[in-house]
Design a protein around this ligand. Structure first.
Ligand code: GLN
Length: 424
């Protein structure tokens, strides 16, 4: 059997192929020469599997899709607070290249519009021998799993015509948001936008963010979870510029578009998605890209606000062996499931019977899940029970176990049971 996922992606592309609406980005001469018929789609799961269809190996410039990653790298370099002092997180409701500042704080409204992205660029790591754009290229290459290059032609073409971005740079320098030479910073920002990617690269990069900052292929944590959360939040509210509200309601996936025709989406804990089709709508978002995302979101139920229904079966079974009461847990232990678990455990009568909470079939425990689990353990002990948390797969982290080591065992359940039921 062959998985139908690639066929489905191909089907979505074919359905959108006929849509010829939109215009090429004409304010960057080199982009105005792009082949308007290109169409590509890639989807990467959080374990690193990539499915693709159409022109999935064709490279194009990343443009504004570099902005969330520059933001991530800036936060990693300076810490969130320092970055927030220079760039806000409010949706602007304005065009991406609006020459504007937040009226109250006199800083760019958010890092997804050009004024915020030019400021964010100035916060990238920098050495005399390694430019800010080069730092970002290396960072994205690591996430993409291959060496990415700059498109020197697109870069030169945009530099030669970047009057608006220069105006933004000088405006930022005037108000003191930038303290370096605005020419240098705008030049570097344009270079950052000229990194070449394919939809496969973008989907793979996106999947690392979907996976909470861990690259599933290498097992390496590339970014702190809190940075990923910050970046996704800003993408959700500001990533599609003045079409953000439309996008949030009809697609509901944190996303970022670029004027070369790419859109990348990151659905937490599920997938990274990237599309490429060069013709743009009036907001500067790819026309067919938006259509494809709308279809994917609808067909595959990817809207963030649909949420994931909580596993109603957190307690897979409760049974008694000898004098031991066993609770077999299954699924993911977050707040909702923990609440359910504790509600079930509160029906347990007071007594001396050993209670074994078997975590073997849990796939994930969030910190709140661990805290609530151990609070339940404490309260059951107060009722007189002997408690053991059976963590054969060692799913609890060291931090989660801290202070509770004595009630956690990592032997298989059968062994733990045997130690209670063996006759003296
Ligand atoms: N380099 C482009 C610019 O600054 C990026 C804009 C975009 O992709 N929306 O104008």
């Amino acid at each position: 059997m062959k998985t139908p996922v690639p066929d489905y992606l191909q089907h979505v592309l074919s359905a959108c192929d006929a849509n010829q609406k939109g215009q090429l980005a004409n304010y960057i001469p080199e982009l105005a020469q792009a082949n308007p018929n290109r169409l590509a789609l890639a989807l990467a799961t959080i374990d690193g599997t990539i499915y693709a269809a159409g022109d999935a190996d064709v490279e194009f410039t990343i443009q504004s899709m570099s902005k969330p990653f520059a933001y991530a790298l800036a936060i990693q370099t300076h810490g969130l607070q320092a970055v927030l002092e220079k760039v806000g997180v409010e949706p602007s409701g304005e065009a991406f290249n609006q020459i504007s500042l937040d009226a109250e704080h006199a800083i760019p409204k958010n890092p997804m519009i050009n004024s915020g992205a030019i400021t964010t660029h100035s916060l990238l790591p920098y050495k005399k021998t390694v430019s800010r754009a080069e730092h970002l290229r290396r960072f994205l290459s690591e996430l993409a799993g291959r060496e990415l290059k700059f498109d020197e032609q697109v870069y030169a073409s945009e530099v030669a015509t970047a009057f608006r971005n220069r105006s933004i740079g000088y405006m930022l320098r005037t108000v003191g948001v930038l303290d370096q030479d605005p020419e240098d910073i705008v030049d570097g920002y344009i270079r950052q936008c000229a990194i070449l990617v394919t939809v496969k690269d973008l989907a793979r990069i996106a999947s690392v963010f979907a996976n909470g900052g861990v690259d599933a292929r290498t097992g390496k944590r590339v970014l702190e979870r809190s940075i990923v959360r910050q970046v996704l939040s800003v993408m959700m509210s500001c990533g599609m510029y003045d079409a953000a509200g439309d996008w949030l309601t009809s697609v509901g996936i944190p996303a970022k578009s670029g004027v070369a025709g790419g859109i990348l989406g990151i659905l937490p804990a599920q997938v990274g998605i990237a599309v490429f089709s060069p013709k743009l709508d009036t907001h500067g978002n790819s026309v067919r890209g938006v259509e494809i995302f709308e279809r994917l979101s609808q067909d595959m139920g990817l809207h963030l606000m649909e949420g994931t229904p909580s596993a109603q079966t957190i307690v897979q079974s409760r049974y008694v062996v000898g004098e031991c009461i066993v609770y077999e847990l299954r699924g993911v232990l977050q707040f909702t499931e923990s609440e359910m678990l504790l509600r079930i455990l509160q029906d347990e009568a007071k007594g001396k019977a050993p209670i074994l909470l078997d975590l073997t079939h849990l796939t994930l425990i969030h910190d709140v899940g661990a805290r609530m689990l151990f609070e339940g353990v404490k309260r059951l002990k107060e009722d007189g029970h002997v408690l053991k948390v059976v963590d054969t797969e060692r799913i609890l982290s060291d931090v989660q176990i801290k202070g509770h080591k004595r009630c956690v065992v990592d032997q298989p359940l059968a062994q733990v049971l045997a130690s209670y039921t063996a006759s003296p």
